[in-house]
Design a protein around this ligand. Structure first.
Ligand code: BG6
Length: 485
């Protein structure tokens, strides 16, 4: 797939020596280069404050990025790719430095802001002062997009002074995951789900993004953010929107984003009472890491984390959506670090049949649709079937779809897909300004309540499924987390 790239395209990465550039952006661009999806004249300029030149930048990238490439990567293509990299020393808040980005060539440019959000405004301002915000330029804003509603609004308002909304790409890499897009294909490309995709046929929906790793070397950054802002405000709410939204009329950016916005605006805010019962925050203590069997340190012992930190590494919440479709259907969301396994999945639990004519333990089981985003990309539909043999005893069986078996072509990483979309100017999988603000509007009161009421996180042992209160919360709604089913 060759994109609609113009001649002489360039991506300028602010934060060019940073973790995201090394782990995700450069490997993604390299894979697109290998597949012939980017113009041969494409170039990448890493921008940072470190005193490097093109040659030393290439050497540094060569050394640090290889570990993030597929084991069988093409060495010859990698060597060619390195020649497409350039480096500029720029202080983001120093307007005069930006003249170093001026170019004689007719170049359509993407500015990728993989920096802290407090630099978004000065960078856009300085790009404009240097005359670099051309009509065909695009700017990509990496999360976190602010830390609350007010800061997100300021970013939106200020960036809009220099770039039009169609030039602004607010990235949430979860939307670039193949299975996330397959969720839309499943819902809107098939007739069988839609009639049942509502109350009273759905009993509850569970969205889990579990990570086995701890905060690792990101302790200092993470402690200023926490799980609610790092994962729920963006990734989990985006998944929730795709599950809950009404069918959009097309895949055009606004058709999809209008529907997601309607979901965000229909989220029921919490009262002080419901907050304490329906939002559980946790922080890991030391415990046994599943993969290695070794003792994993507590969050408070991680590098860069203050010994008295009250930041949450886990959130579980029961969410209500105020609409006809979802009245009375709880959505259970949870995410955490140092859980037993790395898994992201959406589980749709249907209601049991209204009257069971069969006897036995499983007669009243319900259908379940499990969409697994990672590590495997699968869809399982759990149905009831008759157990072979005498009598009429039912057992749950599952129809399984494995995307890697069904489609043997290489599955692109989320960033790869999204970067190609940016280059081609496709906005559908990026967030609009009002969507971002609606998400913060719902999240803000939770953060404020935690702060004001000084609600400390509950503890959970590393390697466990989170605080016991999270299981009690779903039990109260007559449900169980999917791993217990
Ligand atoms: C990032 C968060 O947005 O998503 C990280 O900042 C988290 O804390 C990561 O680890 C998870 O992404 P993925 O694609 O590995 O599930």
């Amino acid at each position: 797939m060759r994109t609609e790239m113009q001649k002489s395209e360039q991506m300028i990465i602010f934060g060019g020596t940073g973790d995201l550039a090394k782990r995700k952006l450069l490997p993604a661009l390299f894979m697109s280069h290998c597949d012939g999806n980017v113009n041969p004249e494409f170039s990448i300029v890493g921008v940072g404050r470190e005193n490097l030149d093109d040659a030393s930048y290439r050497t540094m990238i060569d050394k640090t990025v290889r570990q993030f490439l597929p084991a069988d990567f093409d060495q010859k293509k990698w060597t060619t790719f390195l020649t497409l990299l350039f480096y500029k020393v720029i202080n983001a808040t120093e307007a005069s430095d930006f003249t170093r980005l001026s170019t004689e060539k007719k170049t359509a440019r993407v500015f990728y802001l993989a920096t802290s959000p407090h630099l978004f405004i000065p960078i856009c301002q300085n790009l404009a002062l240097a005359g670099l915000n051309k009509p065909d330029s695009r700017v990509v804003l990496e999360k976190p997009l602010g830390h609350d509603l007010a800061s997100a609004r300021t970013i939106n308002r200020e960036v809009a002074q220099f770039f039009a909304e169609h030039q602004i790409f607010r990235i949430d890499h979860y939307l670039g995951k193949e299975t996330v897009q397959n969720l839309m294909a499943l819902r809107f490309g098939n007739v069988i789900f839609e009639p049942l995709w509502r109350a009273p046929y759905i009993r509850n929906v569970q969205i889990t993004v579990a990570e086995e790793v701890g905060v690792g070397s990101r302790g200092e950054f993470y402690d200023g953010v926490g799980a609610l802002r790092d994962m729920v405000q963006n990734h989990l709410l985006q998944l929730l929107c795709l599950v809950a939204m009404e069918p959009p009329t097309s895949m055009s950016p606004d058709a999809l984003r209008d529907e997601k916005l309607r979901v965000l605006r229909a989220l029921q805010p919490y009262t002080d009472e419901t907050l304490s019962q329906m939002v559980i925050r946790g922080q890991y203590t030391n415990g046994i890491e599943t993969a290695t069997g070794q003792v994993a340190p507590a969050y408070l012992q991680e590098k860069g984390v203050p010994a008295d930190s009250q930041i949450e590494t886990y959130v579980a919440m029961q969410v209500a959506i105020n609409s006809w479709r979802w009245a009375g259907v709880p959505f259970f969301l949870r995410t955490g670090k140092r859980l037993p396994t790395r898994t992201s999945e959406i589980v749709v639990n249907f209601t049991p049949v209204p009257h069971s004519m069969f006897s036995g333990n499983h007669s009243n089981q319900f259908n379940r649709l499990v969409i697994r985003l990672q590590p495997e990309e699968t869809v399982h539909l759990h149905l009831m079937a008759k157990q072979p043999g005498e009598g009429m005893t039912l057992r749950p069986v599952s129809l399984n779809l494995d995307f890697h078996e069904a489609f043997t072509t290489r599955h692109a990483d989320a960033y790869e897909r999204l970067l190609l979309d940016v280059i081609a100017g496709r906005l559908t999988l990026f967030m609009r300004h009002d969507e971002l603000e609606a998400a913060w509007q719902w999240i803000d009161p939770i953060q404020i309540a935690w702060r004001n009421q000084k609600i400390p996180p509950r503890t959970y042992a590393a390697g466990s499924w989170g605080p016991a209160a999270a299981s009690a919360m779903v039990a109260k709604a007559n449900a169980e987390w999917s791993e217990a089913l």
